[in-house]
Design a binder for this molecule. Structure first.
Ligand SMILES: [Zn+2]
Length: 158
């Protein structure tokens, strides 16, 4: 079965990209519970976040922090929530949510009443048009921000 995130990383599927480097990709989610909701994923296919090597996990969090700062500027949420819930796509992803209310991270927006039951799914979530997602991606872009923790200089041999 194809991994949609790996397809995006390979350039075979469209995405609204916020940031990309050799190890991670940050992109807008397709079903945002709040405007600006996005995620940071490793470019290597690793199912569980808990299986990421330390340096890769740290890099994901640092990139998410930088985007989170842009999120605070752009959306003025009370908090920037980060969550790894692991469901959806079996490729590790760290979600960032602009939280205006305490339940925005658990998102009551996923809940709806069907018959006499509360159901949690995507049916009540609006899918924004691509242009809108692209605008959010531009707003959250950290490409021009100076790198605060440069990677160690590579050994040149010799
Ligand atoms: Zn994958």
């Amino acid at each position: 079965m194809k991994c949609i995130f790996c397809e995006i990383i390979a350039g075979r599927e469209r995405a609204s990209v916020i940031y990309s480097d050799e190890r991670v990709l940050a992109l807008m989610t397709l079903h945002p519970s709040q405007p600006g909701e996005c995620m940071v994923i490793p470019k290597q296919h690793i199912d569980h976040f808990t299986d990421l090597p330390d340096d890769l996990a740290a890099h994901l969090v640092v990139v998410a922090q930088k985007i989170g700062r842009k999120m605070r500027q752009g959306y003025s949420p009370k908090r920037v929530g980060m969550v790894v819930h692991g469901f959806g796509v079996p490729h590790a992803h760290l979600l960032l949510v602009a939280q205006h209310n305490p339940d925005d991270i658990t998102s009551g927006r996923f809940a709806r009443i069907v018959g006499e039951k509360v159901v949690y799914d995507l049916a009540g979530i609006r899918v924004p048009p691509r242009e809108e997602l692209d605008r959010h991606a531009a707003l959250l872009s950290i490409a021009e921000e100076p790198n605060q923790s440069p990677q160690p200089a590579r050994q040149t041999g010799g």
